[in-house]
Structures are given as structure tokens and as C-alpha cells.
Design a protein around this ligand. Structure first.
Ligand code: ATP
Length: 320
């Protein structure tokens, strides 16, 4: 059976004056999955999430959350949805627990999930009695997740939850999201970090200047990534570049004062041996950017004209 949809956006568009921040995007989030909306700064991720929360109205297209829409259902469209845009806000002079009590009070008291329970889920049990002013940024983010969980959501929406966190904070936040989804919660998160999306998401939409540059599963994304590049520096790069042309299974290009070499390991080994054999000294051979990171830049940084031409087929060619 096909899982029910938590979010269905069709042709969703938002303009700010002359700028089209979100340009006819279509996104479907199934119940129970972790869905990533990935893109560089200004791609339109937050604008999409703000439309989801009803904070701004779309100019065109439709948006359903668990089959409900803002037009038809008003605030009831947000039933079962919780989360935060940018960073959650708390009273710094009150404890984490007191902040949660106040929020629960606004919602008419806690439901089945008590404050102690949600503090436990986000690993803040030992710190719930401390003032938020003394919390690290990561702890505040986790308290934000706890506040969202009090509403017992079916869909948790997180806007760049790991943004600004140190490596330990990032690790804790990713572990938290994984724990939450193992209990069946649907999570929709925005991110500009390919690693994060690869580690925790099932499906991803990559946005570029308001449009969808890629949509698919993480496995599909991996298949489209170019092979790992090696960066080669030699005593005579022009000669090394010439030696790389026409070798089967090998791609050598000049990039930022070094050579980017792509191919399988045996093919690269044979090429490097040929370079040395031709009397060119190898000064360094290091790993270039990770394949998925390279794909992310290809998808989101190409000039508009190139982007239109960068089809799935082109990507497949590159990844061969
Ligand atoms: N209220 C607004 N008025 C005018 N322009 C806006 C407004 N909100 C967003 N924009 C513009 O819309 C575009 C998309 O912004 P958005 O915040 O959605 O991007 P983002 O992908 O979330 O980026 P970031 O990672 O920097 O938050 C940007 O060019 C931004 O300047």
C-alpha cells in the first residue's frame, strides 16, 4: 500500500516583488519518512517552510498537509504539525522546564506526553532545571524540539536544525532526529549540508534559486554523483594533462592550479605511473571534494543557462 502523504505541494510559488523566491515547486512527503529540502543560502527553503506553517501565503500552487489546506481548513491545517523556523525562542531567565510548562499551558496543558518525557527524548533531563540563558546553542535547539514534541506532532518541521552547532551539537541533533523517526514521526527538514541530508534523510529535494534542481531518493542521488576526484600536482601540469587525454576511463581537467583526475583506482594508478614514467614528478595526489558534495555544487552553482541544460542525462554521463 502507498503510504499516505504528510505534505503535498504542487506548483507552489512565492514572489517577493520582482524576486520569485519559490518557483512552482512540487514536493511530496510520505508519512513516516525523513525528507530533506537542501539548498544553498537563498534557495527558498525557509520560504517554503513558512508557507507550510501558514506564515505567508503562496502566490500560486497548492499545499496540503495531511490532506488539509489553509484555504479550506484554516488553522486546522496545522493539526499534527509542529516545529520551528530558524531558531526556537525561549525566556532565557526561566529554566528549560518552566519554558516548556508555559508553552504547554498555552496549548491547554500537556497531553499524554509529559514535560519529563520530552526532556528525556532530547537528552535534557539533567539540565531541565537550569536557566535557558546558560544553555548552549545546541541545547536550545534540542529544547525547541522538545517544545514541538509536547504537541505530539505527526509531522515535525525543522529549519536547518544543525545550523550554527559545533560538531558535537551536530552529532547530537542528527542522533535525535534519527531516534524520533524510528518512532514513526515524519520529519521535514531544511539543510544546506549534503552530509546531513545523506545521513538522515530518505528523500531529498535540492533547491536552487527557488526551483527544484534534483528530486529523488538518497540512493538515486548517490548514483548521480560524479566519481571521486583526485587532485594532482606535478612538476609539469601541462605535460601531465596531455598524458591524461584519450586514456580510457580517465578524465583529467585543469582546476585551480591543479589537475582534477577522475576514474577508477586502477586507471588512476596506471595514469600516475605513466606521468612518472614520462619524467614528470608527482608532487602531491590528494582526494578532492566528496562525490555528493561535488554533485551539490554542480546542481546549485551552475549559471542559469547551464542549469537549464544540466539534465539528468548529463549527470549520468559525468558519473560514468
Ligand atoms: N520577506 C521577504 N521579503 C523579500 N525577500 C525575501 C523575503 N523572504 C525571503 N526573501 C528572499 O527570498 C529568497 C529565498 O530566501 P529563503 O530565506 O527562503 O532562502 P533559504 O534557502 O532559506 O536560505 P537560507 O539558508 O539563507 O535561510 C532570498 O533571495 C531572500 O532574500
Amino acid at each position: 500500500m502507498t503510504p499516505a502523504l504528510a505534505v503535498r505541494a504542487e506548483g507552489l510559488t512565492k514572489r517577493f516583488g520582482a524576486l520569485t523566491a519559490v518557483d512552482a515547486i512540487s514536493i511530496q512527503v510520505s508519512e513516516g519518512e525523513v525528507y530533506g529540502v537542501l539548498g544553498p543560502n537563498g534557495a527558498g527553503k525557509t520560504t517554503f517552510l513558512r508557507m507550510l506553517f501558514g506564515l505567508i501565503r503562496p502566490d500560486a500552487g497548492s499545499l496540503e498537509v495531511f490532506g488539509r489546506t489553509w484555504e479550506r481548513d484554516g488553522t486546522a491545517a496545522l493539526e499534527g504539525v509542529a516545529g520551528f523556523i530558524e531558531s526556537p525562542r525561549f525566556y532565557p531567565y526561566l529554566t528549560g522546564r518552566r519554558n516548556l510548562e508555559l508553552l504547554a499551558g498555552l496549548d491547554g496543558g500537556t497531553g499524554a506526553r509529559t514535560i519529563a518525557e520530552v526532556l528525556d527524548v532530547v537528552d535534557l533531563t539533567g539540565r531541565g532545571g537550569d536557566k535557558v540563558a546558560g544553555y548552549s546553542f545546541g541545547m536550545r535547539q534540542r529544547l525547541g524540539v522538545a517544545a514541538s514534541l509536547l504537541r505530539e506532532p505527526r509531522l515535525l518541521v525543522l529549519d536547518e536544525p544543525a545550523n550554527g552547532l559545533d560538531p558535537a551539537g551536530i552529532r547530537d541533533m542528527r542522533a535525535l532526529v534519527k531516534r524520533l523517526t524510528s518512532s514513526g514521526l515524519t520529519v521535514l527538514l531544511s539543510s544546506h549540508d549534503m552530509d546531513e541530508v545523506e545521513e538522515i534523510c530518505d528523500n531529498v529535494t535540492i533547491m536552487k534559486r527557488g526551483s527544484v534542481a534534483f528530486h529523488g531518493t538518497i540512493t538515486e542521488l548517490r548514483h548521480q554523483a560524479p566519481p571521486q576526484a583526485h587532485l594532482l600536482s606535478t612538476s609539469d601540469d601541462a605535460a601531465a594533462l596531455a598524458l591524461g587525454q584519450g586514456r580510457e576511463g580517465l578524465g583529467v581537467t585543469s582546476a585551480d592550479g591543479r589537475l582534477a583526475v577522475r576514474g577508477s583506482q586502477p586507471v588512476i594508478d596506471a595514469y600516475v605511473a605513466a606521468v612518472v614514467g614520462a619524467g614528470v614528478a608527482v608532487r602531491s595526489l590528494t582526494l578532492g571534494e566528496a562525490p555528493l558534495e561535488a554533485l551539490f555544487f554542480m546542481l546549485t552553482e551552475s549559471a542559469p543557462a547551464d542549469a537549464d541544460q544540466l539534465t539528468r542525462t548529463d549527470l549520468e554521463e559525468t558519473s560514468r
